[in-house]
Design a binder for this molecule. Structure first.
Ligand code: HGY
Ligand code: MN
Ligand code: MN
Length: 414
């Protein structure tokens, strides 16, 4: 992004510059900000510094989510905005951080306007939204809203066998405090998350900012294919029980079934044991991410993929098991709040703000079961996300900041 004018622009770019190098891999240019790692700690330190440099009251909640308060949190009916700072492996710079940086920049803008707050305002960083390390999306907001129990969270482990509690402890957090935080949620009147669009709808419509209508139901399933380890060079083809073939067949079935159901299905992560070039594997683990506009289409897709996997495995003497590791039902954002955002933004003659659905999960989607939530999307010119190539034009980012400032002013400064 290049230099820009305006108070919000200057502040935005300064924050962006400070945050940008944290957790960025020099070779890929992507981000590796995984929950409870050093990069995560650096992002959290950045968040706290931004909060305290603005005179906000910094708070860490029982689940490790970060809050920066303006006004008395106990007054209730707070307007909260924010997103997440963690990333997928080699993720882009905008997915998550755009929402957090824009929240601080929107507050700067409102102070510049001389806005008078009549409700408490908070800016948040929800921990472990991507689930890149422990496999479950939105751990921080799921724990807070009670859709993930402490026992379930304690059972999560990463690829090295480190459990979530161990990782939290090593990062200096007490894993024994995690759990639902209904009192905190009861003090919130509305949560607004600004996020880079992960798709091209705004690019195609020619708009800088959009409002979310819904999130597709989506989930993550782990397929375990067990065969028989053997020598790659001396084992006749007819004598093999090679789980890699079952995995390959299942990947092709996933694409076929998703196309037939109008859904999406992706095998983006695989683990092979013993993972030797000259060894037929004993175990192939593949993780399926599947999403669809409605639950029936998603169920049909995953059921058909599982059926194909079992049929092929049975034919070739492979054992297959399926474990659902993460699931988020369809989210319809609060209609009254969605329409209030459209009313507020509709007063700006320059801005046409379409309402659009998404297949991407967000903390605002998890929290929607507990409090009124809404989302603003900022145009992504290529639609690419979960990739170092993810981008957003600086003018569009600033349009997002101004739109968020207008929304926060309309909700918290009436
Ligand atoms: O996977 C998602 O949709 C989100 O980026 N966690
Ligand atoms: Mn993401
Ligand atoms: Mn995100």
């Amino acid at each position: 992004m290049t230099a820009s004018t305006g108070a919000a622009g200057a502040g935005f770019l300064e924050m962006w510059r400070d945050l940008r190098p944290i957790g960025r891999n020099r070779d890929s240019g992507g981000y590796r900000r995984y929950a409870w790692t050093a990069a995560d700690a650096d992002c959290r330190a950045w968040f706290r510094a931004q909060a305290e440099s603005r005179g906000l009251t910094y708070e860490l909640d029982r689940n490790g989510n970060q809050w920066a308060w303006l006004g008395d949190p106990d007054a209730g009916d707070a307007v909260v905005t924010g997103s997440h700072l963690d990333s997928v492996p080699d993720g882009g710079a905008f997915d998550g951080p755009l929402g957090v940086v824009s929240s601080f920049a929107a507050l700067d803008e409102l102070r510049h306007r001389g806005a008078e707050f009549t409700k408490p305002l908070a800016i948040t960083n929800f921990g472990d939204e991507e689930g890149a390390r422990f496999g479950l999306a939105c751990v921080g907001s799921r724990l807070t809203s009670g859709v993930l129990t402490p026992e379930q969270a304690h059972a999560l482990t990463d690829a090295d066998g480190v459990s979530l509690p161990q990782a939290m402890e090593r990062a200096g957090y007490d894993p024994e405090t995690i759990g639902p935080d209904h009192d905190r949620l009861a003090r919130i009147g509305a949560f607004i998350e600004l996020h880079v669009e992960q798709g091209r709808a705004l690019d195609l419509s020619g708009d800088a900012v959009g409002i979310a209508s819904s999130i597709w139901p989506h989930g993550r399933w782990r397929f375990d294919f067990r065969g028989e380890a053997n020598h790659a060079g001396t084992t006749r083809l007819v004598d093999r029980r090679d789980p890699m073939l079952s995995y390959a067949e299942t990947v092709l079935a996933a694409r076929r079934e998703a196309r037939l159901a109008g859904a999406v299905a992706t095998f983006g992560k695989i683990a092979v044991e013993p993972n030797g070039v000259n060894a037929i594997p004993s175990l192939v683990r593949g993780w399926l991410d599947s999403r669809a506009a409605d639950q029936q289409a998603l169920d049909d897709t995953v059921t058909a993929i599982e059926k194909a996997a079992r049929a092929y495995a049975d034919e070739h003497g492979i054992e297959v098991s399926l474990t659902r590791e993460s699931f988020t039902p369809v989210v319809e954002f609060d209609h009254a709040l969605r329409d209030e955002l459209a009313r507020i933004l509709g007063t700006d003659q320059e801005l046409k703000v379409p309402v659009l659905g998404t297949g991407a999960g967000h903390d605002a989607g998890i929290l929607a079961s507990s409090i009124p939530t809404a989302m603003l999307f900022v145009r992504n010119p290529t639609g690419v996300s979960h990739s170092p190539a993810e981008s957003a034009a600086e003018d569009d980012c600033l349009a997002g900041v101004h739109a968020l400032a207008d929304v926060l002013e309309g909700l918290a400064c009436t």
